[in-house]
Design a protein around this ligand. Structure first.
Ligand code: TXA
Ligand code: MG
Length: 307
């Protein structure tokens, strides 16, 4: 775990406009001062990310989030239940200086989340303001869930990197928009039914790409083609199994546990992608219930099926 001196050095780097690799409970992020447009531009450049895809402002607590975004009754209820934790709220922007225009991709809305990871929390407290932090991968690649993967992806662009161990959850946060009707923009480990129990039915993301900019088709993608819902691998494929199965290859969770499968997903996609001589990756069916909705969402994107 990181020492106070490392946090101090990371804060100093952020204050100078530098980027910092930050562990969270979901995936590793590439953090920058949310109010510093030059630093935010450097994040987009490091990721090779299309500038129309806005970033999440990470905060230490709800009080800071309320200065950035306008909280309604639904937002208060969700934050009280799930923060700190893997839930991002998209809300009307309150103070557009704290999270610069570029970070919001020019929208009048802003995404906020308070991460549960101790190192992320210590960094946010010490920095004293919001940090944007997209997943620390280059755009279109699987999100890093270990320190080594994060450093491999965007380390050269970072002024400092904090090691928080492997990410406990392994999938990016659930994203819910509360602009008018509540909409699920990205499924995650806070599940649809957990949210609906508190604020009622969630609509799907709008087809309007400006409102749901994260829903790009090919995303989280390894370089080998993915074949989903496979019953068994073809001879030239690497197998990504789920549940009891005799064959070789990788198994997301031999016990068929969805939380374990989520935590392993991106690291195993990366490992399968590195297999010598393979022509593709075949993936066993994953049940679509609970956390399975988020896992299947990421798999469909990795396979290029979501438009
Ligand atoms: O778990 C996570 O959320 C990780 C960790 C590092 O915190 N971060 C992450 O950030 O996944 P990123 O940038 O890879 O994903 C942010 C998502 C994108 O799908 C983006 O389109 C959406 O949030 N988003 C951000 N601001 C938005 C807004 N104003 N309206 C709609 N969607 C927004
Ligand atoms: Mg990402």
């Amino acid at each position: 775990m990181e020492k106070a001196a490392d946090i101090e050095a990371a804060v100093a780097a952020l204050k100078r406009g530098g980027l910092v690799i930050m562990p969270t409970e979901t995936v590793y992020g590439l953090a920058a001062d949310a109010g510093d447009a030059r630093a935010v531009a450097a994040v987009y450049a490091a990721k090779g990310r299309p500038a129309f895809n806005p970033l999440i402002a990470h905060v230490a607590d709800v009080a800071t989030a309320r200065r950035i975004a306008r909280f309604d009754e639904r937002a208060e209820r969700l934050a009280a239940a799930f923060w700190p934790g893997p839930l991002t709220l998209v809300l009307p922007v309150e103070d557009d200086a704290l999270v610069c225009d570029l970070a919001r991709a020019g929208l009048d809305t802003v995404a906020v989340r308070s991460p549960a990871h101790l190192v992320a929390h210590a960094l946010l407290e010490a920095f004293g303001g919001p940090l944007v932090a997209p997943s620390a991968n280059r755009s279109g690649r699987p999100s890093p869930t270990t320190y080594a993967d994060a450093v491999e992806e965007t380390g050269p662009a970072a002024a400092a990197a904090l090691d928080g161990g492997p990410c406990a959850i392994g999938l990016e946060s659930t994203v819910v928009a509360l602009i008018d009707e509540a909409r699920l923009l990205r499924p995650g480990s806070v599940t649809r039914s957990q949210i609906e129990a508190l604020i009622g039915p969630l609509l799907e993301a709008e087809a309007d790409a400006r409102r749901s900019p994260g829903r790009l088709s090919r995303h989280y993608a390894p370089s080998l083609p993915l074949r989903l819902n496979a019953t068994e691998p073809r001879t030239d494929e690497v197998w990504l199994g789920f549940g009891p199965h005799g064959g070789s290859g990788f198994n997301l969770s031999p016990e068929g546990d969805l939380a374990e499968a989520a935590a392993n997903l991106f690291a195993y996609l990366r490992a399968a992608d590195r297999s010598q001589g393979a022509a593709g990756i075949s993936v066993a069916p994953i049940p679509d219930t609970g956390l399975g909705e988020a896992i299947n969402d990421r798999l469909r994107r990795a396979a290029g099926f979501v438009g």
